[in-house]
Design a protein around this ligand. Structure first.
Ligand SMILES: NC(=O)c1ccc[n+]([C@@H]2O[C@H](COP(=O)([O-])OP(=O)(O)OC[C@H]3O[C@@H](n4cnc5c(N)ncnc54)[C@H](O)[C@@H]3O)[C@@H](O)[C@H]2O)c1
Length: 334
């Protein structure tokens, strides 16, 4: 098996998670780890023995010339690091959100095309339960076409490790929709296809730790006629990750508060599956996305979550914020 050499740029919460999974993927050598914080580099080298540590991503890429680069710096830097990697002939795995604007996403896709390299986006929620099970159900066709859905992902605010200064600023994280709910948006788009229009309301109500909307309700219309809504908040004392997906022949509910997936088929008893029974032995989502990227780098598999899908998700976020400002529906342009 050909060894795939990787560099991991950004070794905070997500970069360190990616690294821990990458060292477990067969045939991977971590050539470089990179972060501005030296202590994070030291920790990473302890995990990836033999990796060279760098404070500069340009130097990390130029010195070690990896096959693929995992980009896990804050999103304001995703384009710059991706350009450096693509320009050096590397394939890129970039964390979500792909970038802060649709225009930047377009330029990243253009750079990948010009370099003839792959650009994969870390929309990992689709590889995690209960979302993965719902997507499997949809693909099986057993419940017919997906006609709509409502997803809720809310939290009291940023706490602990997640309360990074960059996450409090719209200029650096983009707001709740790209930083958090882009995962649920990706899930809805996997289910319902191409988004055409967003009508959103929202505001900055009570969370003074952030400088952006702490409550957003966004409605999305899809090309095939389906409709969906996303509730996003960082001022919900409960905090919840739940949703209802409506199909022609039934509906599926999931809810972090009960820890259950409920599948209702017209005329049949409701099937209740505790999250713990959804696939305890299945491959962790982050490990799967890293493995797929490695297989792509080796030439053994397809690029499973291409830049175009990351762009579509950013386009929905952008349209939602524009809709809040303009107080009218906004077309999604991709
Ligand atoms: N897929 C997911 O579920 C998920 C979860 C968390 C975060 N993320 C995404 O991953 C990215 C990182 O998030 P995080 O939680 O790890 O943030 P973090 O703040 O914990 O880590 C970011 C790291 O990047 C480093 N960094 C900043 N500028 C750098 C530079 N110029 N060169 C090298 N290193 C630099 C910082 O020192 C920090 O250690 C974000 O885009 C975030 O949205 C994705």
């Amino acid at each position: 098996m050909k060894t795939v050499r990787l560099a991991v740029i950004g070794l905070g919460t997500m970069g360190s998670d990616l690294l821990h999974h990458a060292v477990d993927v067969p045939g991977v050598e971590i050539a470089a780890v990179c972060d501005l914080q030296e202590n994070l580099c030291d920790k990473a080298v302890a995990v990836a023995k033999g990796a060279q540590a760098f404070a500069s991503y340009e130097e990390a890429i130029a010195t070690t010339q990896p096959d693929g680069v995992l980009v896990a710096v804050p999103q304001g830097l995703h384009p710059a690091v991706s350009y450096a990697a693509l320009g050096a002939g590397c394939h890129v795995f970039c964390e979500k959100p792909m970038a802060l604007t649709v225009e930047e996403c377009r330029q990243m896709i253009g750079a990948a095309a010009q370099a003839q390299r792959g650009l994969m986006i870390g929309q990992v929620l689709r590889y995690m339960h209960p979302f993965m099970r719902i997507l499997e159900l949809a693909r099986s066709g057993e419940l017919g076409k997906t006609i709509g859905g409502r997803v809720i992902r809310t939290m009291p605010g940023w706490a602990g490790e997640a309360a990074r200064p960059w996450r409090a600023l719209r200029a650096e994280c983009g707001g709740m929709l790209p930083e958090v709910n882009i995962h649920e948006i990706d899930f809805l788009l996997c289910l319902m296809g191409h988004p055409t229009e967003v009508f959103a309301y929202g505001g900055h109500y009570v969370n003074n730790d952030v400088d952006y909307e702490d409550l957003v309700m966004a409605n999305i219309r899809f090309e095939g006629g389906a409709c969906a809504s996303v509730t996003s908040s960082c001022c919900d004392a409960h905090g919840r990750n739940s949703g209802e997906i409506f199909f022609e022949k039934g509906s599926v509910y999931y809810d972090s508060l009960t820890g259950e997936l409920r599948i209702a088929r017209f005329g049949a008893e409701v099937e209740v599956i505790p999250y713990g029974e959804l696939g305890p032995d299945c491959e962790p989502g982050v490990r799967r996305e890293v493995r797929e990227f490695v297989e792509f780098c080796r030439g053994d598999g397809p690029l499973t979550i291409p830049g175009e899908e990351g762009l579509r998700n950013v386009a929905v976020c952008e349209a939602a914020y524009r809709s809040i400002c303009d107080q009218q529906p906004v077309a999604v342009t991709v």
